[in-house]
Structure formats: C-alpha cells, structure tokens
Design a protein around this ligand. Structure first.
Ligand code: HEM
Length: 138
C-alpha cells in the first residue's frame, strides 16, 4: 500500500534487496551463520539442512519481506514448521539475521530508511505468526 509519494515497507525492501544483488555478495551463508551465532540452540533443528534446502527456505523468507503479508502462506508454513522446532523467537531471530546480513553486505549503502522498513516488517510478520499460533477465540 502506498501513501502519496511515500514508499511502502515492501517497496523500500525491494530497493534494498536490489542493492544487495548489485553488491554481488551472497548473503545466504551470512544469514545462517548470524542466526546460529545468536541462537545456537536452533542448530539442533536446522543443523542438518543442506545448502539447497537452506537456499529454498531463505528465498521464501525474502518473499515474506518483499511482499505484503500473505496470511494463508504464513499459516501454511507455521503449521508445517511446528514439527521443525520453529517458534516465534526463532522466527524473529531468523528475520533479524537477514537484516544484519544485508546491513553488513551494504556497508555504507545501508540507510535509516532500510532500518525502519526492516524493523516494521519484522514486527508485523512476527505479530502475524503469533496471532496464527495463539488459540483462536471460541
Ligand atoms: C521466517 C520464516 C520462515 C519461512 C518462510 C520458512 C520457509 C521454509 C521452507 C519454504 C522450507 C522448505 C525448504 C525446502 O524446499 O526443502 C523450510 C524448511 C525448514 N525450515 Fe523453515 N522457514 C522459516 C523459518 C524457520 C525457522 C525460524 C526455523 C527454525 C527452527 C525453520 C526450520 C526449518 C526446518 C528444520 C526445515 C526443513 C524441514 C525438512 O526437513 O523438510 N524455519 N522452511
């Protein structure tokens, strides 16, 4: 959703990821490394995933940040992920690891606009996941 000339958060993040593509840095290994450094207890759940599986998961995480929230997709993933040991702390940790890896890849190209778009989007996605995970009112 766009208000006048102001870009929506997904629009800002699309620009941000274009910058990452132009930087030529493959952030995937950095994302998983950052995530596991911050939350080593997640290694027992994702440690076995090979590079291709990690790549496919990360593509979907990027899509979450680059589009308006797709609740039915999130509902599907949170349902399948219950068996994978995921919880809202891990989801937040993963999304923050993406932010931190992008920040490192862009160096001086990082901006306060990117920072706030990430912060708001991460909050929204995690809120939506928590809403989906909490028992619905009778
Ligand atoms: C942030 C949002 C996330 C999205 C959109 C997402 C998406 C995905 C997708 C699409 C796959 C399938 C990959 C394939 O094609 O094989 C996958 C697999 C997996 N995800 Fe996530 N994921 C997320 C977060 C997490 C978190 C926080 C954990 C932490 C425990 C996790 C644990 C796993 C595991 C263990 C698998 C492998 C399942 C298997 O063996 O098939 N994911 N994820």
């Amino acid at each position: 959703m766009t208000h006048g000339d102001q870009l929506s958060d997904p629009e800002v993040l699309n620009r941000c990821f274009e910058d990452v593509a132009q930087s030529g840095v493959d952030i995937a290994p950095m994302v998983y490394q950052t995530f596991l450094e911050a939350m080593p207890e997640a290694d027992q759940h994702i440690g076995y995933m090979d590079e291709r599986m990690r790549g496919r998961m990360l593509d979907q995480i990027f899509n979450l940040l680059l589009d308006d929230i797709d609740t039915s997709y999130l509902e599907f993933e949170t349902r399948t992920h219950r068996g994978y040991g995921a919880n809202s702390r891990f989801y937040r940790g993963m999304l923050e690891a993406v932010r931190d890896a992008v920040k490192r890849a862009l160096k001086d190209g990082w901006s306060t606009q990117y920072e706030s778009a990430f912060t708001r989007s991460i909050d929204q996605i995690v809120e939506e996941i928590e809403r989906l995970e909490s028992p619905s009112p009778a």
